[in-house]
Write a protein that binds this ligand. Structure first.
Ligand SMILES: Cc1ncc(COP(=O)(O)O)c(C=O)c1O
Length: 408
């Protein structure tokens, strides 16, 4: 049985009529730009994330770009971030003439390592003085370790832009008082902890549109207002441009689809978690973990969340394990019709577009190791137990044929 990495059809089918009716209503209204449908989604996303303001935008990439523009990031500035993310995290920084200052990742989560960030800033005061913001990425659907990052940001007066493109709804145990990390936690949604949070509604995300879309959330009224103005070319009032913005608008057609889907998000998150748990059980039974052919992803907040009755400690936008002989395994799975992908095969500091800048000599061993070892498997909500069994059997057959995967 072939198993796709992602199949959107079983999600669409039960919602199809409702979505068609909502899209038809937008078409018949002839109001195709912004308007009440976008505002309604903005209110719903702000409430879901526990923030005051949400600004619908054209994509997750534009959410990052617009937010950095609103924070006046530009030439000469540095933005502290991870070298292991989708390109847009770095692209937004570079497009404004600023430069990324990379910090290696924590191998357990593939998220930025807060301790390494602290050491970097302490050891390089000249660079630290130029850092204006940090972009932690909540990779694969699990929040970065925000408490120490927010403390660091306070110390260095940095804006914190959460790249929550893959993590809408993911919860993090933020200490009630950051000064006392052992204080009781308040579980906060991804995007709601920093200065602003950026979401993507790319169709493969847990909350995906029928095209591109994104959202910025924040708690500061003035920042929200500036984001809204920059979203429409910086015109306020219309045709009077004191700011240079762009066209970063979200279409109402996307908004109505996303608002219908938002109601189902908790159930979809739960189904992805159930699938993740099933993989853990199946891989343990297969012996592949004991043989050290595979390392399964760690949900680092799970134990605490379960003790406190909290569900969305990880939303598993991706289920990413580490595999010995990753590339050969991937070729084997593709041959067997099992969908898989590498997120991401080239760390950001090694991307070709940085060739003329001073990054090629930099080393981020954990990001480089992740690029060589990680592999994403199908995890979408409607994946069946039989399909997961098929995935695990295909991986088992590869390591059986290649001598249990040791030493590869
Ligand atoms: C971590 C991360 N940042 C930013 C983006 C950009 O989002 P979009 O594709 O909506 O522009 C994505 C989406 O792929 C992402 O995964």
């Amino acid at each position: 049985m072939a198993v796709p990495l992602l199949d959107l059809e079983p999600q669409l089918t039960p919602l199809r009529e409702e979505i068609l009716a909502a899209v038809t209503e937008v078409i018949d209204s002839t109001g195709y730009i912004m308007g009440p449908k976008v505002e309604s989604l903005e209110r719903a996303v702000a409430d879901y994330c526990g923030v005051e303001y949400a600004i619908g935008v054209s994509s997750g990439t534009d959410a990052l770009l617009l937010t950095l523009m609103a924070l006046d990031i530009g030439p000469g500035d540095l933005v502290l971030t991870t070298p292991y993310s989708f390109f847009a995290t770095m692209g937004a920084i570079l497009r404004l003439g600023a430069r990324p200052l990379f910090v290696d990742i924590d191998p357990a989560t593939c998220n930025i390592d807060p301790a390494a960030a602290r050491v970097l800033l302490a050891d390089h005061p000249a660079e630290a003085a130029r850092v204006k913001a940090m972009i932690p990425v909540h990779l694969y659907g699990q929040c970065a370790e925000m408490a120490p990052l927010l403390t660091l940001a306070q110390e260095y007066s940095l804006a914190v832009v959460e790249d929550a493109a893959q993590a809408i709804g993911a919860l993090y145990p933020l200490p009630a008082s950051l000064a006392h990390p052992t204080a009781p936690a308040v579980w906060k949604r991804a995007g709601s902890m920093g200065t602003a949070g950026c979401f993507s509604f790319f169709p493969s995300k847990n909350l995906g549109g029928i095209g591109d879309g994104g959202m910025v959330v924040c708690r500061d009224e003035r920042l929200a207002e500036k984001l809204r103005i920059l979203r429409v070319h910086g015109g306020a009032p219309k045709y009077h441009h004191h700011l240079l913005g762009g066209n970063f608008r979200l279409d109402p057609i996307q908004a109505v689809v996303l608002e219908i889907k938002l109601a189902h998000l908790p159930a979809w998150h739960a189904a992805r978690r159930r699938n993740a748990e099933r993989y853990h059980r199946l891989f343990a039974e297969s012996g592949l973990v004991a043989e050290q052919a595979l390392t399964l992803p760690e949900a680092v907040y799970q134990a605490r969340a379960e003790a406190e009755g909290v569900a969305d400690f990880h939303i598993y936008n991706q289920f990413v394990l580490r595999a010995r002989q990753r590339d050969k395994l991937m070729a084997h799975l593709q041959q067997m019709g099992i969908g898989c992908e590498v997120y991401y095969p080239v760390p950001l500091h090694q991307q070709g577009c940085l060739a003329d800048l001073d990054y090629q000599g930099q080393r981020f061993p954990e990001a480089e190791r992740a690029a060589a070892e990680t592999l994403a498997l199908p995890i979408y909500p409607e994946l069946t137990a039989a399909m997961q069994g098929e995935v695990v059997a295909a991986i088992r057959s590869f390591y059986q044929a290649s001598g249990s995967g040791k030493g590869g």
